[in-house]
Design a protein around this ligand. Structure first.
Ligand code: FEO
Length: 394
């Protein structure tokens, strides 16, 4: 198996998972993914930055063998999650002299998750350097990208940042080069929305630690290597800011068209007032696209019929997932329908305690919406547009 030489002495030795279609049995992967591992050769020492998912351990070992690597001094573990650490035991077995370098918290997780022995571990203190001979690795503790133990590794002389899950994308490309910036940023935004957005405030606080570095190349743990890092750095600055855009997400389910009519009417009413709208029928929506829309939305609208006395399970799930992702939306509304009563509104608002949304008056109608109900939705659109005044468009 051939590696990809990024520059002299620095190789991508990871694995492409072209066929994987979900992560964590939750996140859709329309474009597969990659588990990126990198080999860095110094004048005296050789380091492997992360490993791969355990199912691809042989791929990693084959790439190292093809490069003629007979001795490995260090395995730098930026992140203990198994899609990056899972092949470390196989690497340690093949290279018995190699030591694992991780944050103190990372060491504990590697011992717990993979039974890596303490005597094979070295601590990576924040800001500490590891000399390879003419090349210096410097460790930057950066918790919550995406677990509490994560760190980034900075290769000083080459100005290469091995950025862990941060700046990553679930995107399998054979040459490890993004087809173009738009494709790369869309995939990165999906990844940010699904993985990083819940930790937005921590990332915003730590981001200056890497934006001050003279970064020439970003090597993330998933997706293509980024040779024009300003694009992803600028995008992250915007995504982690506190200011949402003049956009609304409307996510709904509908059994007999009443809620669908309401959701679509509200969408048109918002668009007519200049508010950007992302409308999702939850019966067939891509969770990743909803997450992307939540990055920018200032308002979240849930639309639900009443089923068995409560919210439709698809809408309840959407509320639960939105609550986990903690988007920066400021306003919320619930619209929907019922036949003879129920507790749908209280159920849905109770599922989103993390979001601190300012809620508009719910619009709940009996059966199909009547003209007066549609006028109520027009007034809701007016109120949303007024609250969005001053927000920028995406
Ligand atoms: Fe790609 Fe958090 O592991």
């Amino acid at each position: 198996m051939l590696s990809r030489e990024l520059q002299k002495g620095i190789h991508w030795v990871g694995a492409l998972d072209w066929d994987r279609r979900t992560f964590d049995e939750l996140i859709p992967l329309p474009d597969g993914t990659s588990y990126n591992a990198y080999l860095v050769k110094g004048g005296e020492k050789t380091a492997l930055i992360d490993s791969v998912d355990p199912a691809f351990a042989d791929v990693l070992l084959d790439r190292l063998a093809a490069l003629g690597v007979t001795r490995l001094d260090y395995v730098i573990s930026n992140h203990a999650e198994q899609d990056h650490s899972g092949a470390i035991p196989a690497v340690l077995a093949r290279y018995p002299e190699a030591m694992v370098v991780a944050t103190p918290r990372g060491q504990g997780l590697l011992m717990d998750l993979l039974a890596i022995p303490a005597e094979r571990c070295l601590p990576a203190e924040d800001g500490a350097a590891l000399e390879l001979g003419g090349r210096t690795l410097r460790f930057i503790h950066f918790p919550w990208v995406h677990w509490p133990e994560t760190m980034l590794t900075w290769l000083e002389q080459d100005q290469v940042l091995f950025s862990c899950d941060l700046f990553g994308a679930h995107l399998a490309v054979g040459d490890m080069v993004a087809p173009d910036d738009c494709v790369a940023l869309e995939a990165a935004k999906r990844y940010y929305a699904e993985i990083m957005m819940p930790y937005r405030n921590v990332i915003r606080g730590n981001l200056p630690r890497v934006t001050v570095l003279p970064v020439d190349t970003i090597c993330p743990s998933h997706g293509p290597v980024l040779h024009r890092p300003h694009a992803i750095l600028d995008a992250y600055r915007g995504w982690v800011s506190d200011e949402p855009k003049d956009r609304a997400v409307i996510a709904y389910a509908s059994m007999h068209a009443s809620t669908r009519v309401m959701a679509q009417h509200l969408a048109e009413a918002l668009i007519a007032r200049g508010v950007g709208v992302d409308l999702f029928n939850l019966a067939n929506a891509d969770l990743g696209k909803i997450a992307i829309a939540l990055v920018d939305a200032a308002t979240i609208v849930l639309g639900s019929p009443t089923v068995l006395g409560g919210a439709h399970p698809l809408v309840a799930n959407a509320a639960y997932v939105a609550n986990l992702l903690k988007p920066r939306a400021r306003f919320g509304a619930i619209v929907g329908s019922y036949g003879w009563g129920g507790k749908m509104v209280n159920q849905l608002t109770g599922l989103m305690p993390n979001l601190k949304l300012e809620l508009f008056e719910p619009v709940i109608v009996k059966g199909l919406p009547k003209p007066a109900d549609l006028e109520t939705l027009d007034r809701l659109a007016e109120a949303i547009a007024a609250k969005h005044a001053g927000l920028g468009s995406a």
